[in-house]
Write a protein that binds this ligand. Sequence first.
Ligand code: SAH
Length: 491
Amino acid sequence: MQKNESVTVAIEDIGVNGEGIGRVNGYTLFIKDAMIGDVVEARVTKAKKNYGYARLLHILSPSQYRVEPVCEFARRCGGCQIQEMSYDQQLEFKQNKVLGNLERIGGFSRELLGQVFEPIIGMEEPFRYRNKAQFPFGTDKIGHPVTGFYAGRTHDIIANTDCALGVQVNREILEIILAFMKKYRVPSYDEKTGEGLIRHVLIRYGFATEEIMVCFVVNREGAGTYGADYSRGVGHKLNPGRAEEHDIWIVHQEILLEQLSRIPGMTSITVCPNTRRTNVIMGERYEVLWGQPFITDYIGSIKYQISPLSFYQVNPVQTEKLYGLALEYAALKGTETVWDLYCGIGTISLFLAQKAGRVYGVEIVAQAVEDARHNAEINGIANAEFYVGKAEEVLPEYYTGYNGEHPGERAHADVIVVDPPRKGCDTALLRTMAEMQPERIVYVSCDSATLARDLKYLCGCGYEVKRGRVVDQFPMSVHVETIVLIQKKTS
Ligand code: SAH
């Protein structure tokens, strides 16, 4: 196979990133946007010895799984990977992907998996499910501000204020901001030069409370309180004779705030300075421009206060189902000691604390632990404690009793819950978990390959898989969550 060669391919399989896979005379081609069942014409873009990549040119005969995409940018935008696949087929693909990994990497038989796994939980309405969006700002060819989404694997902005995964009000907010920027000539940030002001706008929406938060990420320090002084004329004395973009933004800010605050549900408008030349979106601090510093939302009956820098699950509807399963799998009677590792802002911990004797959460990000403690407090939950640190260090410390707080005392666990990032659990953690011999371990995973690897380890230490379920937290993308219950073997 040669680069630039045109080929006709029947797509027979789907890759981990949702791409179509087909063979031409035994040579494997990966083709983005092609789908199982399609026959396509494609041009080879990269040819290795045994496999290559090709770009979709024409669909000669469409797959039965194809649907009209809801969003006209579905192919170009990096946000969705499989929007053109029927939702039923997406769910089947995700279920198969998870079970395939458990079989191949974990060594579990199809028979066992068939017995313990219930059908995947999809969404009734698989669009407009995200409660958070971070819109990058840029400048178009004629010098006007634009916002939208990055095209796949690039930083080119596709102008689109109405992403089909986000809430409807995003559009209204972004159009107000763009019109304001255009009228008062407030420039977008330019990644290449490091000039300009507006980098990103973060919008969050509380599905349960309908509260809205807008946070401006700006390329300038002191755009908050100092700004208020400035608009009252004090700033000119502080900074005489300067008419920079920043000053324009400060002087006219009140007009923008007034417009935005009229949107029903608007609760918090903040500014977050980030002057670093980096891909990291948010800065480290924020200031309130209007309203309060956070919005409130609920998952089940637990209340969360979410600030611009807090982590919060992006799909609250599916999160509630997933954590409901965690609670069910944990099968708490009211006296158990539970460790919730990788606890984030304590979402699972607080869910479990309602039914447990005591819950200990461990999380590496100090700010998240602060949020977790605060959320425990506002919910009147007194039986949850949180530790900052690496799960693979904190748990062994408490188990071996070498920590300063409870010398000589060994931590005990009836149930351990883990919800690690994609790379899965550290071996030191798995070893300690196995030594502690909890009755049950509930594993929540966003990467079924590392889940399979870790379950294999634990099942080699006297545990067996009892239940499992895939939950589609991210329709239209290839990502999915899995929850598995393993239990101490009885015989
Ligand atoms: N269950 C949590 C989210 C878990 S996401 C919730 O719903 O809020 C995974 C979390 O693991 C992140 O918060 C991340 O900061 C944390 N993390 C990553 N590596 C870690 C480690 N080695 N030890 C403890 N926490 C870690």
